[in-house]
Design a protein around this ligand. Structure first.
Ligand SMILES: Cc1ncc(COP(=O)(O)O)c(C=O)c1O
Length: 272
């Protein structure tokens, strides 16, 4: 039975209980991070903890210190002893009422790990008919309100795809349900800017640091004509796209191959 961390203690999964009044459960009032484990170690943990702090500040949520969270993640990673896996760190607003108001409660902090299968070499994506709201109250924060992503991913699966792509309310490309997106347009690598409403992905940030990328709005027409494309995320790394909607792409294109190589070098070099 895997061990999980709950509010200061490492316990068996069966013993990890949270209140049915937890505001995270009731309203999605919380933030989280998914951290990939490579060769037993959490990758880019400091960057994830910094983003968790930003997400928590964006929704006015108290959270334990970075040191405490890093120790919790380290303890779960050590107990799980996974070669390739995922650690999820969740902080919710703790006990709340049965409505949207918050109580002044201690946060609920959960860290859990699971093994991951190796990702397929390339993925198919489908553009979903719902918009990401780049002007929403929680735009850019990694909150635990993921029902929109669940619905979008189910839509993508129904359309034979492995990931859903969202446009924003202005009709510009935003991001995937759990990924950022990069396109080859006119021989240049392009990715939507943070103002599109996308999450500031840790992997996106690392890709921007190691290859030349232009951050600008991307129209649907541009996406439909992109010569190549890839997704980025903590668990996927740089992941070539083989099909957008009905259109097959050559993969990996030269810009994708270059980004994948630069990212692999960065992973091999250790903790960025
Ligand atoms: C909505 C969304 N966008 C983008 C990403 C990619 O971010 P990262 O590279 O930090 O995994 C994720 C994954 O966490 C996500 O949930």
């Amino acid at each position: 039975m895997p061990l999980v961390y709950l509010n200061g203690n490492l316990v068996e999964e069966e013993e990890a209980k949270i209140s049915v009044f937890d505001h995270g459960l009731l309203t999605g009032d919380g933030v989280f991070e998914s951290v990939v484990i490579r060769d037993g170690k959490p990758f880019a943990l400091r960057r994830h903890l910094a983003r968790l702090a930003r997400s928590a500040a964006a929704i006015g949520l108290a959270h334990p210190s970075e040191e405490e969270l890093a120790a919790a993640v380290g303890a779960v990673a050590a107990a799980a002893d996974l070669c390739f896996g995922k650690i999820r760190l969740t902080v919710t607003a703790g006990r709340g009422p049965l409505g949207s108001a918050r109580l002044a409660s201690e946060p609920t902090v959960v860290v859990a790990a699971e093994q991951l299968p190796d990702p397929p070499p390339a993925v198919a994506v489908a553009v979903v008919p719902w918009a990401r709201n780049e002007r929403g109250a929680v735009a850019g924060a990694k909150t635990i309100s993921y029902a929109e992503n669940v619905v979008a991913l189910a839509y993508a699966a129904e359309h034979g795809a492995n990931e859903a792509l969202f446009l924003n309310t202005a009709g510009k490309l935003c991001e995937g349900s759990g990924t950022n997106v990069f396109c080859g347009i006119g021989g240049e690598l392009v990715t939507p800017p943070l103002s599109s409403g996308c999450l500031a992905g840790v992997t996106r940030g690392l890709v921007l640091e190691c290859v030349r990328v232009s951050e600008r709005d991307i129209t649907l027409a541009e996406l439909e004509q992109a010569s190549e494309a890839f997704l980025s995320s903590t668990t996927r790394g740089v992941h070539p796209i083989r099909r957008i909607g009905e259109r097959e792409l050559d993969w990996p294109g030269p810009l994708t191959a270059q980004a994948a190589e630069a990212f692999a070098d960065l992973v091999a070099a250790g903790q960025p």
